[in-house]
Design a protein around this ligand. Structure first.
Ligand SMILES: NC(=O)c1ccc[n+]([C@@H]2O[C@H](COP(=O)([O-])OP(=O)(O)OC[C@H]3O[C@@H](n4cnc5c(N)ncnc54)[C@H](O)[C@@H]3O)[C@@H](O)[C@H]2O)c1
Length: 390
């Protein structure tokens, strides 16, 4: 289906992501059916959308009339059939549990006509696994939005094993219509671009903390000192250490054992310290956001190493033809708030020294995933092509 024909959409799951996707679609002039199997969560999601639209009106970003019209275009429901039987596109944003998602997609497959595209907002999982129980797999695609959805421009558009080219293109075009900047992930791969590239950084910093080379706060202070928008451990607390653990376990299973959660993370989980949501994680959140003292920054690790580690994972995505360099840097800048992507950053360094450093880190911390990607020795020009094109 061409994007011009998409007028009505459904969002499945009215939580943190679902209500944001619904609001973005309303702002693009679409009719939105919002479904949740929990009545109070549906009400909460609806209230958040109304409050979000009111706030935009009070700031003059939209007119009062538009805010009202968008609210009129929203139909919350706890009846799945009612939500999806008459729409052109469906966004799924239910919890990150494979069984739940497979079940939802099986039902969506049965309840919608074959030209309706079905998109999952999974943060990690193979699109093909989520589509496993559906008969019509070519219309299932990944659309990974970032939180808060209304403000974050980036969306990763992910092809599953069976996703058709037409489905990819329409999903991409719909993101543009929602005023987003989509990037293409051409092959099904866990964590896609941003989460995948940040994964080895967690492994590296986890080893640094476990070996007591530096404390989480000292590392975050170093990152803040260098102007980065947030420290690694602050961000982990903000996301939730249970969620971080889920990603670690999933990647350990499907990518490499090195992704296993580190000792310190396991200790936090054992103590039920999940970060902001429980008031304690790496930091104490009971009095609000932790304040990081940059004077405490560590001199035991190099800030450059974090970029080198990300760059190496980016190179692997390019080598495996999962994403192209330009899209990788775009996704990393828009998804993480850094000023430059890892490819642009490393393009200013000596590549031989970068390769030597990766060899050193891999050996020093006994992590195979930190070994330099083959493409860095064989065909580095392919990795740096986007930087040359700028
Ligand atoms: N929160 C984030 O930062 C973030 C960012 C990107 C992607 N994601 C992904 O988005 C998805 C949703 O995450 P979230 O943070 O919005 O979760 P959430 O817990 O805030 O919301 C999930 C909603 O789904 C509802 N739900 C549960 N089972 C359902 C079912 N069978 N049918 C319909 N509704 C059902 C729940 O009642 C809840 O309202 C996950 O896959 C997550 O990995 C989350």
């Amino acid at each position: 289906m061409a994007v011009e024909k998409i007028k009505k959409i459904a969002v499945i799951g009215a939580g943190s992501m679902g209500h944001g996707i619904a609001q973005s679609a309303l702002l693009a002039g679409l009719r939105v059916y919002l479904y949740d199997n929990d009545k109070s969560n549906l009400q909460m999601g609806t209230n958040k959308i109304h409050a979000g639209l009111d706030k935009m009106a009070s700031k003059g970003q939209i007119s009062e009339n538009d805010a009202q019209e968008f609210k009129n275009n929203l139909s919350p429901t706890t009846n799945l059939e009612e939500a999806v039987s008459n729409v052109d596109f469906v966004f799924e944003a239910v919890p990150e549990v494979l069984e739940i998602k497979q079940d939802v997609f099986q039902q969506l497959d049965e309840l919608t006509s074959k030209d309706v595209i079905l998109a999952t907002n999974t943060s990690n999982m193979f699109i093909s696994s989520i589509a496993e129980r559906a008969r019509c797999k070519e219309r299932i695609v990944g659309l990974h939005f970032f939180i808060p959805v209304v403000l974050m421009k980036i969306v990763e558009v992910i092809s599953g094993k069976d996703t058709s080219k037409e489905t990819m293109q329409t999903a991409y075009d719909l993101c543009v219509k929602l005023n987003k900047i989509p990037v293409r992930v051409e092959k099904d791969s866990p964590g896609f671009i941003v989460n995948r590239i940040n994964g080895p950084v967690r492994v590296y910093l986890g080893a640094v903390v476990d070996e007591e080379i530096a404390e989480p706060e000292e590392i975050d202070a170093l990152m803040r000192y260098h102007g980065l928008p947030i420290g690694h451990f602050e961000l982990s607390d903000y996301i939730g250490l249970d969620v971080v653990n889920f990603s670690a376990q999933y990647r350990k299973k499907v990518l490499h054992p090195d992704y296993a959660p580190n000792k310190k993370l396991l200790e936090k989980l054992e103590a039920k310290q999940f970060g902001k949501k429980t008031g304690k994680g790496y930091y104490d959140w009971s009095n609000g956001k932790p304040s990081i003292d940059i004077a405490k920054r560590t001199d035991k690790i190099k800030i450059e190493d974090l970029e080198i580690v990300k760059f190496n994972e980016a190179a692997k995505l390019i080598e495996d033809e999962i994403a192209d360099p330009q899209d990788i840097d775009t996704a990393m800048v828009l998804g993480t708030g850094y000023k430059a992507g890892p490819i642009e950053y490393v393009s200013k360094l000596d590549l031989n020294e970068v390769i030597d450093r990766l060899e050193y880190l891999s050996t020093r911390f006994n992590k195979e995933i930190l070994k330099p990607a083959n493409i860095l020795r064989k065909n580095p020009d392919v990795v740096f092509q986007s930087v040359k094109n700028i």
